[in-house]
Design a protein around this ligand. Structure first.
Ligand code: AKB
Length: 315
């Protein structure tokens, strides 16, 4: 990538957007990364920021054009649990927002775009263990349906218009830098905050609910490695499976107890249990390993230690 290539991020105030913006700015220069979101950032940070509602196609094109944007990271979306409160609104934001990103990209002539898919693209009829790249996908949440459709539209815009579009299916992402909002995997971040602040946690999933997860550092690295790979290496134009760790709430609690022996957990499953049960328990990411050399670095022990160390400093 040229040193003056401009990058636009939507949803830059979100859980992943906050960290990705910072990382891209370190790498490509603060002024080259244009953070956008529907709301102003909570914390002041250096670098260009524009208010952008992704449903506003004209403004999307205008911001991308004004800054001479060459790459888009389109992260703005409503997640799985929150999405079920307003299915049609979620569909609108997740899908129309994506079309506006494609069209703004075409209009201003971008070189590359990233769109995150999710393990939520799979459904109850997909194999649960080591879920294959090409497994049958019939998701039950509106968020999952929008991700499956989004993946197919990625492939369509790539084939039809030659846009270089790239995607990974994120598992639940765990990081100390930012808070999630509206997801089913959010418990795995909340648990750390509550363990340090209160010494106990009430989990909204059952003790034995196994889900694929990934530490934020790995997720950001996966995103950048995919975006930096040569175009000819990218053989999958829907979205790549990527795996990090997988664990149950009980296993995570036991790992936290190694550092905080008095920590207690109890379980009050709610509607999110059903969502989690429709998702994979572990992921086969051999295609990402083969095509662009993906390899996670954090296991459960290393992730837990790092989370607690960082959060202890801020608690
Ligand atoms: C969610 O829980 O909705 C997200 C996801 C797995 O995509 N974290």
């Amino acid at each position: 990538m040229d040193s003056d290539t401009r990058i636009l991020i939507t949803g830059a105030n979100g859980q992943i957007g906050t960290v990705l913006t910072q990382r891209l700015r370190q790498k490509y220069g603060t002024q080259n990364v244009i953070a956008t979101d529907i709301r102003p950032p909570q914390k002041e940070f250096e670098g260009p920021f524009e208010l952008l509602d992704v449903l506003d196609a004209q403004r999307f094109e205008q911001v991308a054009g004004d800054y001479g944007v060459r790459q888009i990271y389109h992260l703005a979306a409503i997640l799985s649990a929150k999405g079920e409160e307003q299915p049609l609104r979620t569909w609108e934001i997740n899908m129309r927002g994506l079309f506006h990103a494609f069209e703004a990209g075409l209009k201003v002539g971008i070189d590359r775009m990233f769109f995150p898919s999710s393990i939520a693209a799979f459904g109850p009829d997909s194999p649960k263990v080591e879920t294959p790249q090409k497994a049958y996908r019939a998701p039950l949440t509106v968020y999952g349906i929008s991700k499956t459709a989004g993946e197919n539209w990625m492939k369509y815009y790539h084939q039809r218009y030659g846009l270089d579009l790239r995607s990974v299916r994120y598992p639940g992402i765990i990081g100390y830098q930012s808070m999630p909002g509206g997801g089913t995997t959010d418990y795995a971040i909340d648990i750390f905050h509550q363990a340090l602040q209160k010494g106990s946690y009430t989990c909204f999933l059952k003790a034995d609910t196994r889900l694929p997860m990934m530490y934020m550092d790995d997720a950001i690295r996966a995103t950048l490695e995919l975006m930096e790979a040569p175009a000819e290496a990218i053989r999958i134009r829907t979205s790549y499976n990527i795996a990090g760790v997988n664990f149950t709430p009980a296993e995570l609690a036991a790992e936290i107890q190694k550092h905080l022996p008095d920590f207690t957990i109890h379980y009050e499953p709610d509607f999110r249990q059903q969502i989690a049960e429709g998702w994979p328990q572990s992921i086969d990411d051999s295609a990402a390993r083969r095509d662009w050399g993906w390899q996670a670095e954090y296991d459960l022990a290393k992730m837990t230690e790092d989370m607690l160390q960082h959060l202890a400093l801020t608690c």
